[in-house]
Design a protein around this ligand. Structure first.
Ligand SMILES: [Zn+2]
Length: 239
């Protein structure tokens, strides 16, 4: 009996001494899940559904996010969150159709999209278990500016993301989500510009089109992002 108590006591001490080491290994690393929302998925028959975003894709994203959370990483989730009069909706422009491109008064080019991710609608909800999410970072709330990047909109107005990451002393980002060729790309490129090390998990990303997704991955790589084919938890330990 005494030996058993000594053993239990020793195990308790051992687990206590291991815990900080484990936490330390993860310090400075965070996950950014980009726009995994109903309107962008075929699973939810979204208005702007990106190919191959079916239920099994969502399950893979959920599983990976759960594993990363269990590994001790904070999870930040981007959420496209537009007012009904948003500039990116084709229906807000006379005689324009989705996927056409227009020139705005200030010279910017704007791709027009179907109405999507309208604030407060079910289709704008994030499809990752809220219990896993450290903080939701919303974007695209200014009707005059689109915001592919999770860091800032097309007018240069910053979201909370950089501030929140810096406050948590984050230096390295693991990024995946929708869409490779738009919001993932813009978020990754801005993350690099802000000085973060950025890792992209390719098989947890989905793009609007193959050619633009391929080009986007190439550009992210050239600008300094590391592209991982899939999530490998052993790699995370070595970050
Ligand atoms: Zn949008």
């Amino acid at each position: 009996m005494k030996n058993l108590l000594v053993l239990i006591f020793s195990l308790a001490i051992l687990s206590l001494s291991l815990a900080p080491a484990l936490a330390e290994a993860k310090e400075g690393v965070a996950v950014v899940v980009v726009d995994v929302q109903g309107d962008f998925t075929t699973a939810q028959k979204g208005s702007l559904a990106v190919p191959n975003t079916d239920q099994s894709y969502l399950e893979n994203v959920s599983k990976a996010t759960e594993q990363l959370k269990k590994a001790g990483l904070p999870i930040y989730a981007g959420q496209d969150w537009h007012p009904a009069d948003h500039i990116s909706f084709a229906s807000n422009h006379k005689d324009k159709k989705p996927f056409e491109t227009i020139k705005l008064d200030d010279g910017r080019t704007q791709v027009l999209w179907p109405v999507h991710c309208v604030q407060g609608t079910n289709a704008a909800q994030i499809l990752v278990n809220p219990a896993l999410i450290t903080k939701v970072i919303q974007k695209g709330m200014d009707s005059k500016f689109d915001s592919y990047s999770g860091f800032m909109d097309d007018g240069g107005a910053k979201t909370e993301l950089d501030k929140v990451l810096k406050a948590a002393d984050i230096k390295t980002l693991i990024v995946y989500g929708i869409a490779t060729d738009y919001c993932v790309k813009a978020t990754v490129l801005d993350g690099l510009k802000e000085g973060y090390n950025v890792y992209v998990i390719n098989d947890l990303c989905r793009g609007v089109a193959d050619d633009t997704s391929k080009a986007a991955l190439e550009e992210m790589k050239q600008k300094g992002a590391k592209i991982w084919p899939s999530l490998d938890l052993d790699n995370i330990k070595n970050l």
